[in-house]
Design a protein around this ligand. Sequence first.
Ligand code: COA
Length: 228
Amino acid sequence: MTPSIDVWHLSLAAARERFDDSMMLLSEDERQRAERFVYPEDAARFALCRATLRAILGEATGSPPRELTFEYGPSGKPRVADAIAFNIAHTRELMVCAVSRDVADLGIDLERIDTTTDVDVVVKHSFSPAERDYLSRLEGADRRRAFFQCWTRKEAYLKARGEGLNAPLTEVNTLSNPSGWTLKDLLIDDTHACCIAFHSARAAEFTISRWCGSPRPQTRTASTESSH
Ligand SMILES: CC(C)(COP(=O)(O)OP(=O)(O)OC[C@H]1O[C@@H](n2cnc3c(N)ncnc32)[C@H](O)[C@@H]1OP(=O)(O)O)[C@@H](O)C(=O)NCCC(=O)NCCS
């Protein structure tokens, strides 16, 4: 059977207006976390992302979103008791969430293709020799896009493993699939790079959909075979 992975994306533009509604879906510890943010817009984005994650998992598991209980791995990766793999990522503008019952573990990362990031410094300190060599052959906007794509591949893989950026970053080469894992670049929009990593060497099918709550809206479908 071909593993199937659903990817949802949501604009965070209305996070401030939706703050009260979002908070109503959260658990006590999540509400306390939201209240600890210094800037209200960060609190609002966190609350909307977590409320949306609850809504998506609620639909996928058949549980009321408010009743889901998250547990956390040693580096903070959230999981639920149900055998469902999921992960989220967000920028200031956008959230993505991947969900699957067919893979053991998954991670997703999303980065805005930012023109102010000092690419050279990050490449020097965090990229593998093969990644550095690959990026040294590119210039300008192509190099910047490739840099963010490489970064999302690295972070998605380390999030799939639950390690996050605690891992030795220069030892992770994302130009090929790590053994037993698949990395797949996803196109969400022109201003972001996105990658999903999952624990399966088998080709997968994806639906990529904008989250607007139930019922399920129209989707695009992609498959792993079409990745590079
Ligand atoms: C995981 C990590 C890479 C996320 O980086 P980021 O660019 O800030 O955030 P992203 O948008 O990509 O993803 C954030 C989401 O990933 C999930 N997440 C958190 N820790 C995670 C981990 N170790 N592995 C996978 N996913 C994780 C959460 O759902 C989080 O959303 P939330 O903050 O709303 O709960 C980074 O926080 C990290 O390296 N964490 C590990 C460091 C650590 O050990 N911290 C101690 C906390 S216990």
